[in-house]
Ligand binder design. Structure first.
Ligand code: SF4
Length: 331
C-alpha cells in the first residue's frame, strides 16, 4: 500500500490515528517506502547543536534541566562570545556538520545587547556556508525579521506535546504563544523547525494530536525533531520510565508518512539507544542527527562523534555534503 506521493496538509485525525496504530512492521515498511520517494536513504544530515547560553531559565518546562526553579546539577553559563561560537561552528563544519544550531535558555528574546550578539553569531555562521538555526524562545515579528536579515535559515520552536497536554508540562506560557512565534518565523521567510518530545507522561492520543497539528500546518515544518525525554535528575519528570525504542520508531514512521519532505531529526535520547535501535529509526524515515563537541545535547548526554562515525560506516550511511545542503528548499 502506497500511502502518499504528494504533500498533504488536510490529514484528518482519524487518518493520523490509523497510521500511528498500524502494526509496527507495516508502519516501518510504509514509512521507508515514502522516505525513498523523497530522500536519498543513504544520507543523514549531521547538525551540531551548541548551547550558547545555559541554564537559569525562568520558564517551568517540567522536562528541562535548564529551568532555574529545579534543583539540577546544570551549571549556569552566560551568553558565549561571538568569536567562540564562530570557532565552534568552524570545527563543526570540519567534522562534517552542515547545520549549526544555537540554543539559548531564554523565555523570549529581548531587544538588547545579547540579541545583537546573537545576530552577529548568525551572520558569522551564515558566512561559513552552513545552515544556521537558532532556538531562543519566543520572538516578536520584528525580531524574526532581523534574524532573517542576519542570515538565519531556520528557527526551532517545538510544540513539545499536544495542545491538551501542554498545560500539564508548562504553565508559564501557552500553546498559542508557541503558534504565534511559529507564525512570525514563517512570515519572515525563515524555515520552521518544530517537533516534540515523547515520554512526558502523555497518551498515544496526545502524540497523535501533536503529529496531526504539525502535519496540518499551512506548510509542513521543514524540520521535525522527534525527541525522547532525557530524564534529568531534579526535574519533575526525572522518574518517568525510559521511552521504548518502538515508541520512537512509531513516532518517526508516522511523521515520515505525514510529512514526506521534512527532515525528520532523531534528536534527544540517542545516548540510550544502541546502533541497532538507531538503525530502526533511520529505516522508519529519520534522516538527521545532532552532534556536539561536548558530547551533550544541550545539557543531556549525546553519543561521541567517533561512535556516530562508526555507526554510519556500519549502516552504509553518509552525512549530507554542503552541496546537498544547498539543494534543500529552505523557503
Ligand atoms: S525548555 Fe527552554 S524555555 Fe523551557 S525551561 Fe528549558 S530552556 Fe527554558
Amino acid at each position: 500500500m502506497n500511502q502518499q506521493n504528494k504533500i498533504r496538509n488536510d490529514w484528518s485525525i482519524e487518518e493520523v490515528r490509523r497510521i500511528y496504530h498500524m502494526s509496527l512492521l507495516t508502519l516501518t515498511y510504509e514509512a521507508a517506502h515514502i522516505h525513498r520517494q523523497w530522500h536519498d536513504p543513504s544520507t543523514v544530515q549531521v547538525c551540531t547543536l551548541l548551547s550558547i547560553k545555559t541554564g537559569g531559565c525562568p520558564e517551568d518546562c517540567a522536562y528541562c534541566g535548564q529551568a532555574a526553579r529545579y534543583h539540577t546539577n546544570i551549571k549556569v553559563k552566560p551568553l558565549m562570545d561571538v568569536g567562540e561560537v564562530i570557532a565552534c561552528a568552524k570545527r563543526a563544519k570540519e567534522s562534517g556538520s552542515t547545520r549549526f544550531c544555537m540554543a539559548a535558555a531564554w523565555r523570549e528574546v529581548r531587544d538588547n545587547r545579547d540579541f545583537d550578539k546573537v545576530l552577529e553569531m548568525v551572520k558569522g555562521v551564515y558566512a561559513l556556508g552552513l545552515e544556521v538555526c537558532c532556538t531562543l524562545g519566543m520572538l516578536t515579528a520584528d525580531q524574526a525579521k532581523r534574524l532573517r536579515e542576519a542570515g538565519l535559515s531556520a528557527y526551532n520552536h517545538n510544540l513539545d506535546s499536544s495542545e491538551n497536554y501542554y498545560q500539564e508540562i508548562i504553565s508559564t506560557r501557552n500553546f498559542n504563544d508557541r503558534l504565534n512565534t511559529l507564525e512570525y518565523v514563517r512570515r519572515a521567510g525563515i524555515s520552521v523547525c518544530c517537533g516534540g518530545i515523547i515520554g512526558l507522561g502523555e497518551s498515544a492520543e496526545d502524540r497523535i494530536a501533536m503529529l496531526h497539528k504539525l502535519a496540518t500546518m499551512p506548510s509542513h515544518p521543514e524540520s521535525v525533531p522527534i525527541n525522547a525525554l532525557a530524564r534529568v535528575s531534579g526535574t519533575p519528570l526525572a522518574d518517568l520510565p525510559k521511552v521504548q525504542i518502538w515508541e520512537m520508531v512509531r513516532m518517526i514512521g508516522t511523521a515520515r508518512i505525514l510529512m514526506p519532505k521534512a527532515m525528520v531529526r532523531l534528536s534527544a535520547g540517542r545516548s540510550e539507544m544502541s546502533t541497532i535501535e538507531q538503525a530502526w529509526c533511520f529505516l522508519a524515515g529519520a534522516n538527521s542527527i545532532f552532534t556536539s563537541e561536548s558530547e551533550e545535547l544541550l545539557v543531556t548526554p549525546n553519543p561521541k562523534l567517533t561512535e556516530d562515525r562508526a555507526m554510519f560506516e556500519l549502516l552504509g550511511l553518509h552525512p549530507f555534503s554542503l552541496k546537498e545542503n544547498q539543494k534543500l528548499d529552505l523557503g
